[in-house]
Design a protein around this ligand. Structure first.
Ligand code: NAD
Ligand code: UD1
Length: 331
């Protein structure tokens, strides 16, 4: 299939392009490079050893999006493009609502016009709010604490309404847990701008000596050791989950958790990183971070049952691959 991958130069999108090409699909990347670099596209090509189509466009711009649909025979869309920093979204709500919602509306509008009925959307476990773990797809969604989370819940709703109105439309809403790690080549991975918000990139930068000490946000949660528990998933497993969702997609709306189903605390992740890489991670316990929940992990059985997909790579592999990329990474 010819798959339009919006945000394909980004962290999860770039790994998914590799998984798509490996599975025999052709990829057309549309990315405005607002949070990525064009050299990532070159690295994707190095890894897959073939050409990949790339268009530097903003997917909120209908004319530019339509140009792509006119030039290629698109069979399906995977929509990654979006702004993703929960904390920043509180400061910049208009940018988040505009970018994340208008992109979804423009893409679906053009899809309808060109009869493209296969759509895969990047949602997030954040839509579960503070439900009891493990999170199951049919749980009632709880309000999230920031505009970013709201854009994911709203986009899910928009896509569901479109599928209800058009019986030919098929959409997968993929709720990601915490993607970490990198391609085993060490060529592509996660390279956030500035000081990372997320745990794994912070840990790798402490390991490299770019940052001094990891601050562990709270050790008084009702968890195994008091620190926050999350479902870390290797980004390549997540990428393969997209291929499985795309290939198995049938008419209507299908929601899948993409996680391992296993919770890991902050201190367990730090220990695993030290064990995997033989590098010490100095840390201090500080106050809880505003907006954090104690535990977040998936019930991952639906994706296994319906898509035949399970996350295969363990925490040690995630830590090893994340560190290999950080060691290689040059600004
Ligand atoms: P990323 O920032 O690395 O990738 C997103 C890409 O989209 C970037 O390359 C950026 O330049 C591009 N982009 C943004 N707005 C655009 C626009 N209007 N037009 C064209 N390109 C645009 O982020 P990621 O971690 O790869 O996340 C991909 C998707 O998955 C996002 O929608 C994000 O919200 C969602 N998600 C990510 C996580 C995570 O932990 N990384 C968790 C849950 C959901
Ligand atoms: C964060 C976002 C969420 C987003 C997800 C994936 C917030 C409040 N939530 O979730 O919307 O979908 O990233 O991108 O920003 N931790 C530390 N020290 C650090 C960093 C993190 O102790 O320097 C802890 C956190 O308290 C948490 C765990 O590590 O318990 C994971 O944090 P993080 O990687 O930021 O992911 P989430 O909190 O799950």
């Amino acid at each position: 299939m010819n798959i339009l991958v919006t945000g394909g130069a980004g962290y999860i999108g770039s790994h998914t392009c590799i998984a798509l090409v490996k599975a025999g699909h052709s990829v057309i990347i549309a990315d405005n490079l607002s949070n990525s670099k064009s050299k990532t596209v070159m690295k994707i090509m190095d890894i897959v050893e073939e050409g990949v189509n790339f268009h530097k466009i903003d997917v909120t711009e209908e004319v530019a999006v339509e140009m792509i649909f006119r030039n290629y025979n698109i069979d399906g869309v995977i929509h990654f493009a979006g702004l993703k920093a929960a904390g920043e979204s509180v400061e910049k709500p208009i940018e988040y609502y505009y970018n994340n919602l208008v992109s979804t509306m423009v893409l679906t509008k053009v899809c309808q016009k060109y009869g493209v009925n296969r759509f895969v959307f990047s949602s997030s476990a954040t839509v579960y709010g503070d439900n009891n773990v493990p999170f199951v797809e049919n749980m009632e969604l709880l309000p999230t604490t920031n505009p970013y989370g709201e854009t994911k819940a709203m986009s899910e709703r928009i896509l569901t309404d479109i599928a209800n109105a058009n019986p030919l439309f098929s959409v997968a809403l993929l709720r990601y847990f915490n993607p970490v790690g990198a391609h085993e080549s060490g060529l592509i991975g996660e390279s956030p701008n500035g000081i990372p918000n997320n745990l794994m990139p912070y840990v790798t930068q402490v390991a490299k000596g770019k940052l001094e000490t990891l601050r562990v946000f709270g050790n008084d949660y009702p968890t195994v050791d008091g620190t926050g528990v999350r479902d870390y998933i290797h980004v390549l497993d997540l990428a393969e989950g997209h291929v499985a969702a795309l290939v198995n997609l049938t008419k209507g709306v299908h929601v899948y958790n993409l996680g391992t189903g296993k919770g890991t605390s902050v201190l367990e992740l730090v220990n695993a990183f030290e064990l995997a890489n033989g590098v010490g991670i100095p840390y201090e316990i500080v106050e809880r971070r505003h907006g954090d929940i104690a535990s977040c992990y998936a019930d991952a059985t639906k994706a296994k049952r319906e898509l035949g997909w399970v996350a295969k790579r363990d925490l040690i592999t995630m830590c090893r691959d994340a560190w290999r990329f950080e060691k290689n990474y040059k600004e």
